[in-house]
Design a protein around this ligand. Structure first.
Ligand SMILES: NC(=O)c1ccc[n+]([C@@H]2O[C@H](COP(=O)([O-])OP(=O)(O)OC[C@H]3O[C@@H](n4cnc5c(N)ncnc54)[C@H](O)[C@@H]3O)[C@@H](O)[C@H]2O)c1
Length: 257
């Protein structure tokens, strides 16, 4: 039986990916810095199989040890563990910058370098990296945006490098999704309303909106897709530079006619 390794599995998008990938019959290996007990229990209550590991994704030795004792060969990897520091560049300390890049970019590298050999030995597989619209647009905070831009570039690079091992790698760029990462920000009603106003589909994302896209990219339906980024943001980056100005422009010209 195959195994799907998911980081950040205790919360938000990683948790939703675990619940969804468990329905494919794979054993889900749930990695999170403080373990993922609730997610494991939820997977098992729904009839799935899970193993849980309390591990920091930046700790290469600990990740190597975890990957060495997975219950089955890893055929799927979802890199989702992430943190954010909401500071402009000049307010961001070197320690804060390093921590954000360390978890959000180097942590992905640590998983990749430890999982890829086992995945290749098993005959190949599929990797999905959670990036962000921040990596495309600058809608974010500098350390986070830089790390996510790195994830997008790394994914494209690896599509070429990993094809010979029959491994596909793609990324998903979520827009604004309600999760542990932004619960505090979205509890501010003014920010919440302004955010939803900038989403053409008129709502915030749910973790499972992203998990369904991850499941598609990880699965056989996407077996000719590698090196791609799939934006799942309710249309946000297609309009973000316009915002309300876009609506005003359209109404101005319709009045002209
Ligand atoms: N929520 C959004 O709006 C949004 C948008 C774009 C991208 N993302 C990305 O989605 C991914 C998942 O975030 P989320 O929104 O579900 O947030 P979340 O806070 O709900 O989940 C992140 C998980 O990562 C874990 N984690 C943090 N540092 C870790 C470490 N060093 N080692 C192991 N685990 C660690 C946390 O414990 C947590 O369970 C992140 O990469 C995030 O950048 C989120």
């Amino acid at each position: 039986m195959d195994c799907a390794v998911i980081t950040g599995a205790a919360s938000g998008i990683g948790r939703a990916c675990a619940l969804r990938l468990a329905t494919t019959g794979a054993t889900v290996a749930l990695l999170d810095v403080n373990g993922a007990e609730d997610t494991r229990r939820e997977v098992e209550e729904r009839g799935g199989k899970a193993a849980e590991y309390a591990v920091d994704v930046t700790d290469d030795n600990a990740i190597r040890e975890v990957i060495g004792r997975l219950p089955a060969a890893p055929r799927v990897l979802v890199n989702a563990a992430g943190i954010i520091v909401r500071k402009k560049l000049l307010d961001c300390s070197v320690e804060e910058w390093r921590r954000v890049v360390d978890v959000n970019l180097t942590g992905y590298f640590v998983l990749l370098r430890n999982v890829i050999p086992a995945m290749a030995d098993a005959g190949g597989g599929s990797i999905v990296q959670i990036a962000s619209i921040a990596g495309h647009t600058g809608y974010g905070f500098s350390s986070y945006t830089a790390a996510k831009g790195g994830v997008l570039a790394l994914t494209k690079q690896l599509a070429a490098e990993l094809a010979e091992h029959r491994i596909r790698i793609n990324s998903v760029s979520p827009g604004v999704v309600e999760s542990g990462l932004n619960r505090d920000t979205l509890s501010n009603q003014a920010i919440r309303t302004a955010t939803v106003d900038n989403i053409p589909l008129g709502r915030l994302g749910e973790p499972d909106d992203i998990a369904r896209v991850v499941a598609f990219l990880a699965g056989p339906e996407a077996d000719f897709v590698t090196g791609a980024d799939l934006v799942a943001d309710g249309g946000m980056i297609s309009t973000i530079h316009w915002g309300n100005a876009g609506a005003e422009l359209h109404s101005f010209h319709s009045e002209d006619r």
